[in-house]
Design a protein around this ligand. Sequence first.
Ligand SMILES: Cc1ncc(COP(=O)(O)O)c(C=O)c1O
Length: 434
Amino acid sequence: MRRRVPAGLDRAVPAFVQPMIGRRAVLATGVGVALAGCTGTPPTPESKRFDPKDWDSVRAQFPLDPGLAHFAAFVLAAHPAPVRAAIDRHRAALDADTSAVLHGAVDHEQRARTAAAGYLGADPGEVALTDSTTMGMGLLCAGLKLKPGQDIVTTEHDFFGSHEALRLLSERTGAPVRRARLYDDPAAANEGDIVARLRAAVGPRTRLVVITWVHSSTGVRLPVKTIAGMLAELNAARDPADRALLAVDGVHGFAAVDTTVTDLGCDFLTAGTHKWLFGPRGTGLLWSRAWAAVAPVIPSFSAGDTPGSLATPGGYHSFEHRWAVTEAFEFHQAIGRDRIAARIREQATRLKDGLAAIRNVRLVTPRDPDLSAGLVMCALPTVSPVEAVGRLRADHKIVASVTPYAEPFLRFGPGIVTTPGQVDQVIKAVAAFG
Ligand SMILES: Cc1ncc(COP(=O)(O)O)c(C=O)c1O
């Protein structure tokens, strides 16, 4: 995926792309350096008061209504203070002198990519910046190079975005897509069965396996590392250019489970940074260690010839959001990725234990914290999930959500904006449904 920039192109491309293409020349004039400096990230008054070791202080960074218990905050992020401040700063600068700020675009984008790579445990050159999980999956499926006769395997449990991207890939190439069923009862799902069922679906010509790290339908967390190990065994006998690649929609594991891409062992990871990370709305990433298998789909405006840069869709963006991804990663790392994962696990376990003890509640998500993450789903025989969400909000000031799948469940997502005390309130409120 190398891009050749013909001589003279800089006269024909948008103004902000020019410093990206001719970065050295711009920096040599001093313009880029000066502007990058003046739109940097000085500490804000809010972030000075922020104590990352204190969960109340962490919650106080969010503008979320304190009169509500926010168990659906993972659906689309509210912006914590450092992220709001960064967005405001970039927006004000862009509004005041757009042209000048665009000269610093290269540096802002690179900071965001480097912050993402630091979190992922990856090389910045492997990270494409996107607008969402869905965009990452779309870029992968639209750009995947396939040979005649190759096929794709996915599962029944993935989000609509993955299934639709694969349908479009199948229409474009004619490649068949098979869906495996990895468990019948999510509460009883187990690692051995999941891996065996997926393995049975992979054929000798399977080029891509698409899975979802944490199912937003059931809360089941897949054993991605073990699945990657299973595929590595199958791939050992194959030509490296034909090996089955593992792509993961990681959005409900990313920043909720403390894992790097090396630990996961997958080839592609797509995730929005606007859910569990609480990054700017409309931001995400696509990471890969196998970029050679994918052709770019949208022309890139990014600097450099790394695969991640070339796969980053070009065009002008809502840059104040994209560049403030850096502060979202800094906020997360300041609190501690391990502490956040433990906080989520502690509350999810407390919630599952409490719900499982209520007569007439069917816990859908596995109790085992290694087979689940922050999402907790349940079914109530007497109240529909939609009605339950309405009553929880109206009568108990608890915000929950309904799973957007054929079989809907009542869904909670405890995290850094909720407390163990609020988890107990949820359990009490659900018990009151009878
Ligand atoms: C598993 C899964 N993937 C992807 C998405 C969409 O994420 P994004 O808005 O980042 O595209 C969702 C829900 O919003 C989801 O549950």
